[in-house]
Design a protein around this ligand. Structure first.
Ligand SMILES: C[S@@+](CC[C@H](N)C(=O)[O-])C[C@H]1O[C@@H](n2cnc3c(N)ncnc32)[C@H](O)[C@@H]1O
Length: 289
């Protein structure tokens, strides 16, 4: 997608955020859920996507393409891994948060943030409008100061974040989950530079890195797996070669630790299916104090 192009929750990249919400609804509906997201179901019900999405385990299991069982397991594992990341950051006293490309992530509303926490969420204006409308209608109250920042991450998002009240003198816990393949290479490079520039010592960053191999290898796998959404994801993702996030962060002086999605899943007693992001790696980084 070219710079300046926008999307809502049922078109273009926006629909991928809705798919993640559907996966969280499916997981929440399981008898042994890894996560509980009470807002995932209302998001899917309100959006009414052109191609219906499951919200229960039975509906996911009925998918003849087997896309939804794989996707919902993977996305539940990913959600739990990053929920735990935020719990650890809160425990360590980091109370400023930035969720990049937040989509329909409801963490600002469903996690137990300590007093004084501020959660910024960056995404496209129409995606955030939809999300806030549904949350308002459901009477959702965030146990933190919630600051939506409607801006395109291919533009000057850092200025928009600072205008929204972000304080670069405070350590921050950043998250880039389900984002990098959608950014052009220059925007990804700029993203890491800006995160580093805005990060006080003691800041943390969690990134979903899509496979240890190059994106040229991984992009077709992502493309194939997303066809059940009724969109051509190959048109949305960028498959050019990039520096792996952990290398980039190490060069900038961050201490990094990587966990493969398969390791994370095994830790939660789940097994991933190769067809959906199974080669992803979660990178956890910290800027020493
Ligand atoms: C797969 S969804 C992931 C959403 C969320 N992080 C989650 O895991 O639930 C991708 C999100 O990235 C957002 N996104 C992609 N490119 C963006 C850009 N250039 N500017 C702002 N948001 C962007 C989309 O709007 C969408 O909400």
């Amino acid at each position: 997608m070219s710079s300046g192009q926008q999307w809502d929750i049922v078109s273009g990249i926006g629909i991928t955020a809705l798919a993640v919400a559907a996966a969280r609804a499916v997981e929440t509906n399981r008898p042994d859920p890894l996560i509980q997201d009470p807002y995932a179901l209302p998001f899917v019900e309100e959006a009414r996507p052109p191609v219906p999405m499951p919200t229960t385990e039975a509906e996911a299991a009925a998918d003849p393409l087997r896309y939804w069982p794989a996707a919902s397991t993977y996305l539940a594992v990913r959600t739990k891994a990053f929920d735990e990341y935020f719990a650890e950051a809160s425990e360590a006293g980091v109370t400023q948060v930035v969720v990049l490309a937040s989509g329909l992530d409801a963490r600002a509303f469903r996690l137990p943030w300590p007093a004084g926490s501020v959660v910024h969420e960056i995404d496209q204006p129409l995606v955030l409008d939809f999300k806030l409308r549904v949350l308002r209608e459901r009477g959702a109250v965030a146990p933190c100061e919630h600051r939506p920042v409607a801006v395109d991450l291919r533009e000057d998002w850092a200025s928009a974040l600072e205008r929204a009240g972000f304080d670069r003198s405070r350590p921050t816990a950043w998250l880039a989950e389900g984002l990098l393949p959608y950014l052009p290479a220059e925007a990804e490079e700029q993203l890491f530079k800006e995160i580093h520039r805005l990060s006080a010592p003691g800041s943390r960053l969690a990134v979903e890195a899509f496979g240890a191999r190059s994106r040229t290898v991984d992009a077709p796998a992502i493309a194939g797996s997303m066809n059940p959404l009724g969109i051509d994801i190959a048109e949305l993702v960028h498959s050019d070669e990039r520096t792996p996030p952990a290398d980039r962060l190490s060069e900038l002086g961050w201490r990094t630790r990587s966990v493969t999605a398969e390791e994370a899943a095994a830790g939660y007693g789940r097994t991933l299916t190769e067809s959906f992001n199974a080669r992803s790696v979660y990178v956890f980084a910290e800027l020493p104090s």
